[in-house]
Design a protein around this ligand. Structure first.
Ligand code: PLP
Ligand code: CA
Length: 304
């Protein structure tokens, strides 16, 4: 191996790449938007790709909303041609995993936001009802007898009691342990951060002595969901565009896709170069093939 990857591309190189690929996978936060603000030019990029007959899908580790809410969010931010079928979130893919892969034979105990629970309910997956007295302790609660999976995602109403219950359910080796994603933290404006699902999963991994199965990026499962819903997806024809090396670039590598880092989000080009120059070959899976400052750099390629 040499120092492959991390190629900063512009102008005609971007045009050639966009012409060569027919399937585009975009991460959302840090690529398409920052929270409630669209990245300048992103809506035009997405609609231009769609108008040229390219397949475009969105792969997000944000498990806090059902897919339907994403359609509304895209519309609200000026992406008027994005449809439900193009959205692959870690909550939706968790529901597919529970329903179609493991065919969970009982209830699911969910640590997560209402949006995650709603996505599971839509897939017909029974979830344990949460109606706890805030002053209750683990001794006050009856544990449901038929919990066959614990699913952990981002939960802004996490309580110690929820962690305690999940730990109890995980003592049963037949109870599956799943995580929507393993993201450590997320950037907020003003230099603040939000602990991610990965930090909650880590607490339960320690308490249970078990390892969670991760559904979201960088696991391959989201790509399997995409491949099963679009016909003839050829990894060689795909480009995965993301802002985080440890999730998006690794996801692309794990699925055999070409990868592009955009510098509007979490990871810096220097971190990618460090991984590229590392002696540890496993680090090379985190190195993007291509780098752009922003996906708005695609726009000149759409001009005649
Ligand atoms: N999960 C939560 C709770 C988030 O707030 C975010 C980003 O804002 C993400 C996950 C990461 O989303 P994405 O994979 O679209 O970058
Ligand atoms: Ca992101």
């Amino acid at each position: 191996f040499g120092f492959k990857g991390c190629q900063k591309i512009r102008g005609p190189q971007i045009r050639n790449l966009l012409e060569a690929k027919d399937f585009f996978l975009f991460d959302c936060d840090g690529v398409i938007w920052h929270g409630e603000n669209a990245i300048t030019g992103a809506a035009k990029v997405v609609s231009s790709l769609i108008r040229r007959g390219k397949n475009v899908v969105f792969v997000t580790n944000n498990c806090t909303r059902p897919r339907e809410n994403y359609v509304h969010k895209f519309y609200r931010l000026g992406f008027t041609d994005v449809m439900l079928e193009q959205i692959f979130s870690s909550s939706y893919c968790s529901a597919l995993y529970l329903r179609d892969v493991v065919k969970v034979p009982g209830q699911v105990f969910v640590i997560g936001c209402d949006g995650l629970r709603r996505e599971l309910q839509e897939a017909g997956i029974p979830c344990v009802e949460e109606a706890d007295d805030p002053d209750a302790t683990i001794y006050d609660c009856a544990l449901a007898p038929d919990v066959k999976a614990v699913l952990v995602g981002h939960d802004d109403k996490l309580t110690f009691l929820k962690l305690a219950k999940a730990s109890c359910y995980l003592k049963d080796p037949e109870c599956l342990f799943l995580a929507t994603d393993n993201d450590p933290w997320h950037p907020l404006s003003g230099g603040r951060i939000l602990p991610g699902s990965g930090s909650l999963t880590a607490a339960l991994e320690v308490a249970s002595g078990r390892k969670a199965t991760v559904i979201g990026k960088p696991s391959r499962f989201m790509f399997e969901c995409i491949s099963s819903q679009f016909s003839g997806v050829d990894p060689a024809q795909c480009l995965m565009v993301g802002d985080r090396l440890e999730t998006d670039m690794l996801f692309g590598s794990n699925c055999g896709l070409d990868t592009m880092l955009t510098l509007t989000g979490v990871s810096q080009i220097e971190e990618a170069q460090e991984y590229r120059n590392s002696d540890q070959t496993t680090n090379h899976s985190l190195v993007p093939d291509y780098v752009v400052d922003t996906i708005a750099d695609f726009l000149p390629a759409f001009e005649e």
